[in-house]
Design a protein around this ligand. Structure first.
Ligand code: GDP
Ligand code: IMO
Ligand code: MG
Length: 427
């Protein structure tokens, strides 16, 4: 498996952290290609839970080098908190965490703007994580961003921050009710991090391409999920980056010809945090029951996640957009107690049956999901390690997803722990 990608197939939180950690056992380099500390990737090893926001989920394997690519937006304070958190668990990142010199930095005012923009919206609030992701990517594409490499050139850094802030002050006077930010303080904050971050900074595209040429094994980790993609997701209720697999090349400086396999992570049901349409969403008491069963609370913000039935229209769409080879299906065990399960196979929109994911957000908001119902298995699956040993109805549920998506399920996860995993086939 020389260069593989792991990508989220729903609205994030599919269990990518667990799958990336598992697959990292056999890789030399694990690399994040987009997003920032809006991500919360959980890994459970025996009774210890690690939640990573910026550092790739391969970091718990001591032989794995981790790379934060140019496509990621980095909150420096969060990064160092995370490094300290890992150190406190005796995980040393020195010498095996590399950060792209081209990655953009999230500054304090990006976070302020994120909250303020949400506050001022009268409709279509997105429910962002408040981590400054949108404003940082706006600055990047507006060619006003601060990159890691700028931290090592104080004169240029100061010039760029002054220029960025003078534009922001104009905007905030005209549009937002924000206090003036002190440019000098922001410059000083950035410079404070310069010495600390220097040992980690590298031309990561060069290193990754050299590693590929040497035959090393790479795993590229997506954050968020396909339906939060700024192009292919439920726009405008999306994040401000491209979580889809195609973005791995841009976010790391690797050519598309180098990619071997793409694995999509799917939860055995569906969840979403934040606002936006969600056709198969549960309501009432059942919604709460499922949230409790799945422990569905955000790993970054602690917000309760919205839960719903498995949606095969979405899974098929994700398979297409990401060019998937296979799926990893997670949280099957959460469905253990249910007497019956529904799978959405199509949407009814204006009286018509639609089997492809609609581009129009209003169609998605107003559609009526069409379901098939399958019997539940009502048996615990958390201790099972072979697909053949799963209860028949669980195997039928999995086979149905494979039939509806046309893609094999290579990995089945039956609990949060690393060991609670069924490897169906080599990916
Ligand atoms: P990510 O953002 O895609 O990495 O997913 P999160 O870590 O935000 O959320 C997934 C949650 O489900 C975490 O709390 C995981 O520990 C947990 N989890 C992952 N796989 C399984 C599973 O198969 N069963 C159960 N019960 N929990 C799981
Ligand atoms: P992981 O990597 C789930 C959601 C937010 C909000 C929208 C925009 O853990 O799967 P943003 O702060 O990115 O501008 O928020 O995207 N969101 C996520 N939802 N998992 C994530 O990451 C998410 N990252 C952002 O809730 O709806
Ligand atoms: Mg998460």
């Amino acid at each position: 498996m020389p260069v593989n990608i792991v990508v989220g197939c729903q609205w994030g939180d599919e269990g990518k952290g667990k799958i990336v950690d598992l697959l990292s056992e056999n890789v030399d380099i694990c690399a994040r290609y987009q997003g920032g500390a809006n991500a919360g990737h959980s890994i459970v090893i025996r009774d210890k839970k690690y939640i990573l926001h910026l550092i790739p989920s391969g970091i718990l394997h001591s032989q794995t080098v981790c790379v934060i690519g140019n496509g990621v937006v980095i909150d420096l304070a969060t990064l160092f908190d995370e490094i300290e958190f890992l150190n406190s668990h005796h995980i040393d990142v020195q010498g095996r965490l590399l950060i792209s010199n081209l990655a953009h930095v999230i500054l304090s005012f990006h976070k302020l703007l994120d909250s303020e923009q949400e506050r001022l919206k009268l409709t279509d609030k997105i429910g962002t994580t408040g981590r400054g992701i949108g404003p940082a990517y706006v600055d990047k594409y507006n060619r006003l961003g601060i990159r890691i490499i700028d931290l090592f050139n104080p004169v240029r850094l100061k010039k760029k921050i002054y220029s960025n802030l003078s534009q922001k002050h104009q905007e905030s006077k005209n549009i937002y009710d924000l206090p003036e930010q002190s440019a000098d303080k922001i410059v000083a904050d950035c410079l404070n991090f310069a010495d600390k971050i220097e040992p980690f900074v590298a031309d990561t595209s060069l290193l990754l391409n050299e590693a590929i040429d040497e035959g090393k094994r790479l795993l590229l980790e997506g954050a968020q999920g396909t339906l939060l993609d700024v192009d292919f997701g439920t726009y405008p209720f999306v994040t401000s980056s491209n979580p889809v697999s195609g973005s791995a090349c841009v976010g790391l400086g690797i050519g598309p010809t180098k990619i071997d396999k793409i694995i999509g992570v799917l939860k055995a049901y569906t969840t979403r945090v934040g606002e936006g349409p969600f056709p198969t969403e549960f309501s009432g008491k059942f919604a709460e029951q499922m949230r409790t069963l799945g422990d569905e609370y955000g790993a970054t913000t602690g917000r309760p996640r919205r839960c719903g039935w498995f949606d095969a229209v979405i899974a098929r769409y994700a398979a297409r957009i990401n060019g998937l080879d296979s799926f990893a299906l997670t949280k099957l065990d959460v469905l253990d107690q249910l007497p019956e399960l529904k799978i959405c196979i199509a949407y009814r929109i204006n009286g018509q049956q639609v089997t492809e994911f609609p581009a129009d957000i209003d169609d998605l908001s107003n559609c009526k999901p069409e379901y098939i119902t399958l019997p539940g298995w009502q048996t615990p699956t958390g201790g099972i390690r072979k697909r053949i040993d799963l209860p028949l109805n669980a195997r039928n549920y999995i086979s149905k997803i494979e039939a509806l998506t046309g893609k094999p399920i290579a990995i089945i996860s039956v609990g949060p722990d690393r060991r609670q995993t069924i490897y169906e086939q080599n990916i």
